[in-house]
Design a protein around this ligand. Sequence first.
Ligand code: HGY
Ligand code: MN
Ligand code: MN
Length: 423
Amino acid sequence: LTAVDRHAPAYASRSVQEQRLWQRHLEIARFGAIAPAGVNRQALTAEDMAARAALVRWARARGFSICTDHIGNLFITLEGTEPALAPVLTGSHLDTQPRGGHFDGVFGVLAAFEVLEAFADLGIKMPRSVQAVIWTNEEGVRFAPGLMGSGVYSGALSLDQMLRVRDADGVSVAEALQSLSAIVTQSESGTQPGSPPHAYLEAHIEQGPILESQGAVVGIVTGIQGIRLYEVCVSGEEGHAGTVPASARRDALRASIHLADQLYLSLDDPSDTLRFTIGRFSVEPGGRSTIPAAVQFNIDLRHPLTTVLDDAEQRLMAAVANAANGRCSVAIQRVLARDPTLFDANIGRMIEKSAHRNKFAAMSLPSGAGHDAMMFPPLCPTGMIFIPCKGGVSHSVREAATADHMAAGTKVLADVIQQLASA
Ligand code: HGY
Ligand code: MN
Ligand code: MN
């Protein structure tokens, strides 16, 4: 085949191997697997490191170069013929929710790696390097906030501040990162070239029911709704459950339940488009006969419009200020705020054309879920490719997707990347 043929847009997609992709998926699924289904592979734990180590082994076997940056993002590179050109980045995350599924994040990482393998199998060399990326701590379960690795990479979050974040056992991100050096030797690690990528693409399961209900295989993602994450701390005073009268109690749990109830009421949205979630609610010291001294809980707020998020934030802050007038003190910290993001229309068209060429039913849709991709529109043209997941279920052990849909999403990813890296 001539060089032109090799760069024929449909060329790369023909060399994506569904079975290889599915086998790698089954291998990664072992790291952090929980019985009888699902996975718990939280950021920078031994399970996360084991999954990263598998990717590094596979990358070394293919002769791809590997490096990390100071927040532990892992970059696997297929060198281009003109290394001075900004690379095309594609990837996602390996960390999961505590009772997560085997596809959220993983599919995007494995699709990115399969694309590198497909190019390498055919000896395709494009001007731009292509980097498959594993972003650190997208989920924000062990360490808050999520989107940490991509947030630091894109400059939206401070590296120093994130390195100091501690988990529930007091382990910092910096300490947890130390075990990464056993996987990627020092010579391979180091910060990435400062220049922004030429483009960023992410393949992901939809985590919603639209594609499946419409019979579509490929989702052309138009953008992601805005997201704001907060941490709330209510402080009271511990005491003996049997001796302290109600009139003298500073019961942090009672104050927190009242505040949470006020938040559910004031953030109720008749149009059901505002998404308000409290996912974690921890009580200290946690003795059955001790009056709670402190309660920590998170707030996850999302909506397609910034004006609605601003208004909701005002209502949220008013409820917190009102609760702070009680016997307990209340502190709230906004740990992440990302406006609604729009993806690149040109990349959207490339995704649509590839799906059409490969005869995959495709449709455009917005993303309700957050992704590392939301960090990139300020830096470079950005796009996402969705595939369906069963019943739209995600962040659950019931999450499921199929090998043929994974291969379809990966073929489209390969096509679009080949065009972007050849430009
Ligand atoms: O929370 C999210 O939207 C992402 O799945 N972590
Ligand atoms: Mn995800
Ligand atoms: Mn997720």
